[in-house]
Design a protein around this ligand. Structure first.
Ligand SMILES: [Zn+2]
Length: 365
C-alpha cells in the first residue's frame, strides 16, 4: 500500500527539489547509456561499472546514486531491446537513508544538503507504518511523496455468516443485508461528462488543427478524471460493505466474474446494461484488500444460478426484470436481493466446506 503525502516546500526549496530531480534523471540517462553500450543490465554489474566514476563527477549523494542505478536496472528489466531515457522531471526514489519523517515535517535529501519542510497527509493513521521506499513525484506544480507503508494484516476472524454482494444490473451492487449501492449519482455524473465530451468533440470538428489538438488533450485529461471518480465510488462501496461486515461479525461473499464474460451470453448482457464497462474487478480487489485490512474474510463464489434460484426453498424460479418469483413456495421479492442472499449462503458454504462441501455451487447438475 502506498500513502500519498503532499510536500509544502518554500519557493527556494521547490527550486532545489526540481534541480535534484533533473540532476538525478540526467544521471540515470548517463548510467543508462553506459549500461546500453556495455550491454550490462544487472544492478550489481551496473553498479561496479558506474558507481565510483559517477560519485566523483556528479553532485548526488552516495545513496541517491544507488537509487539511480536501481532505477536504470529496473527500467531495463522491462525491456532490454532499446536504450532507456528518463524524463527530466520523472519520479525519483528515496529510502530511509535520504528521507526521514519527524513530527509533521520531512527531512529530504536534495542537491546542496537536506531540506526540512512540512507536509500534509490525509491518512495520518498510516504514518506509523511507513517503511521502505518513497517516490518523489512532481505533478502540476506540486510535490508528492508516494510512500510505501507496511500495515500488518489483522487476523482474519472466524465467521459463520456472510454478507452476499450481487453485482450490477441497474445498481452497482446489492447486498444481502438490504443495502443498495445505486448507480444514480454515477449515471448522472456520466451523463454530464458525456455532454461535456460531445461539446468538446463538436468544437474539435469545426476547428483548426491546433485547436483540435487542444481538444484532444482536454478529452484525455477528462478521461483521467472520470477514472478517478469511478475509483472513489468503488472505494466508498467497498469500505461501507467491509465495515458493516466487521460490525456484524460476518464475512463478505462476492461473485466470481473471471470467466463470466466468456462463458455466458446472458450474464454478459447483464454486465453490459447501463453500467457499461464498470470496473467490477476493481471493486472486488478493493473488497479483498480492505477485508485483509479489517480482518474480514472475503470469499468468491460461483455465480451460476444465483439469480434464478429461490433463496427460501432453493427451487429454480423466474427472474423477470427486477422481480424474482418462485412457483414452488410463492416467494416473491426483489431479484437482486434474492441473488445477494444466495451468494451469502454460498459464501458460508465455501468458507466451511467440511459442513456442506457439495453445495458450493447451486444446482451443480
Ligand atoms: Zn421458493
Amino acid at each position: 500500500m502506498t500513502l500519498k503525502i503532499k510536500l509544502l516546500p518554500t519557493d527556494e526549496q521547490a527550486d532545489l527539489l526540481l534541480s535534484t530531480m533533473k540532476e538525478a534523471n540526467a544521471v540515470c540517462d548517463a548510467i543508462s547509456e553506459i549500461a546500453w553500450e556495455n550491454k550490462v543490465f544487472n544492478q550489481f554489474k551496473i553498479h561496479s561499472l558506474c558507481y565510483h566514476g559517477f560519485k566523483s563527477s556528479f553532485g548526488l549523494s552516495a545513496q541517491m546514486l544507488v537509487r539511480c542505478i536501481s532505477k536504470v536496472a529496473d527500467a531495463y528489466k522491462l525491456d532490454k531491446k532499446t536504450q532507456r531515457f528518463f524524463r527530466p522531471l520523472g519520479a525519483i526514489t528515496y529510502d530511509s537513508r535520504i528521507l526521514t519523517y519527524k513530527d509533521f515535517s520531512v527531512s529530504i535529501w536534495a542537491i546542496g544538503g537536506r531540506l526540512k519542510m512540512p507536509f500534509v497527509c490525509h491518512n495520518p493513521k498510516y504514518m506509523p507504518y511507513i517503511k521502505g521506499e518513497a517516490d518523489l513525484v512532481y505533478k502540476k506544480g506540486k510535490f508528492y511523496l508516494f510512500q510505501t507503508v507496511d500495515i500488518p494484516d489483522e487476523d482474519i476472524e472466524d465467521v459463520e455468516e456472510f454478507i452476499g454482494v450481487d453485482l450490477g444490473l441497474t445498481d452497482i451492487c446489492v447486498t444481502s443485508d438490504c443495502v443498495k449501492h445505486t448507480a444514480d449519482t454515477l449515471n448522472a455524473y456520466r451523463e454530464h461528462r458525456q455532454k461535456v465530451r460531445s461539446s468538446i468533440q463538436a468544437k474539435a470538428d469545426t476547428s483548426k488543427r491546433s485547436t483540435r489538438r487542444n481538444c484532444r488533450r482536454l478529452s484525455k485529461r477528462l478521461q483521467g478524471k472520470e477514472r478517478t471518480y469511478s475509483q472513489i465510488v468503488n472505494h466508498t462501496i467497498a469500505k461501507s460493505i467491509i465495515l458493516s461486515a466487521k460490525e456484524s461479525g460476518k464475512g463478505v461473499a462476492i461473485e466470481d466474474l473471471t470467466n463470466i464474460r466468456f462463458t455466458s451470453k446472458r450474464r454478459n448482457k447483464k454486465f453490459r446494461t447501463k453500467l457499461g464497462k464498470w470496473s467490477f474487478g476493481q471493486l472486488r480487489s478493493f473488497l479483498e484488500y480492505k477485508g485483509l485490512l479489517y480482518g474480514v474474510p472475503v470469499v468468491v463464489v460461483d455465480p451460476r444460478y444465483t439469480s434464478q434460484t429461490c433463496n427460501v426453498c432453493k427451487h429454480l424460479g423466474k427472474r423477470t426484470n427486477k422481480h424474482f418469483k418462485c412457483n414452488n413456495c410463492g416467494n416473491d421479492m426483489d431479484a437482486d436481493f434474492n441473488a445477494a442472499i444466495n451468494i451469502a449462503t454460498l459464501g458460508a458454504a465455501v468458507n466451511q466446506p467440511e459442513k456442506s462441501g457439495m453445495y458450493c455451487s447451486l444446482h451443480t447438475a
